[in-house]
Design a protein around this ligand. Sequence first.
Ligand SMILES: [Mn+2]
Length: 248
Amino acid sequence: MAEVLIIADVHLAPANRAALQPWQALMRRAAKADGLYLLGDLFDYWVGDDQPIPAEIGAALDQLAALPCPKFFISGNRDFLIGQELLDRMGAKPLPDVATLSINDHKLVLCHGDTLCTDDVAYQAMRQQLRSPAFRCDFLSKPLDERLAIALSLRAKSRTESSSKPEDIMDVNPAAVRALLKAEAAVILLHGHTHRPAIHREASGITRIVTGDWGAKGWLIAITPEQITLECFTGEMTEIVDTLKPAA
Ligand SMILES: [Mn+2]
């Protein structure tokens, strides 16, 4: 049985061309995989499926679509406006914000991760607004130029605010993690968003695997029947950062 790969936070954008190098390595590896799950923020921002795609990013999407394995997408806080047209271009099927699945015989909860950062009350309030059908409808009816301007100003605002917020507020809340796993009757959670790649083994028996954000190095989680690995890689090297061998 082949491996299943999980990634998040590639943040494709003209300003993050560096990520296209590890992307090539991912595409070579995923060509032999049984599945590829994208846990959000594939794009640094997405204002609607009419957003212009630079040629090199378009080529990356075409490679993704051409992979023989099934591809799945959970939206992130930056690309939640991805619609059917872009999903078709990616060749990916959409999943709900929280997806509880059996992958290579491991029961896993997958999500982007931002909903678990409940200590950031201001962010959660903004998220609720942005994710409302009313906002979506109103925003998508605006001209493309205006939507792009709004996205860029939100991005600048989030950068300024992130740099002034205490570190722990920007991370997931342990009680929110426990509540989610209890609700899903699972003990292993995989997410991105926080850009703090690690495997956290909690005393409660919960394991939380966080994949990293992409630049000159990419990050992935590889799932085989025997183990789950967190890996960091470039075009030339792959480092296995940590390995989980779930109890049978
Ligand atoms: Mn995110």
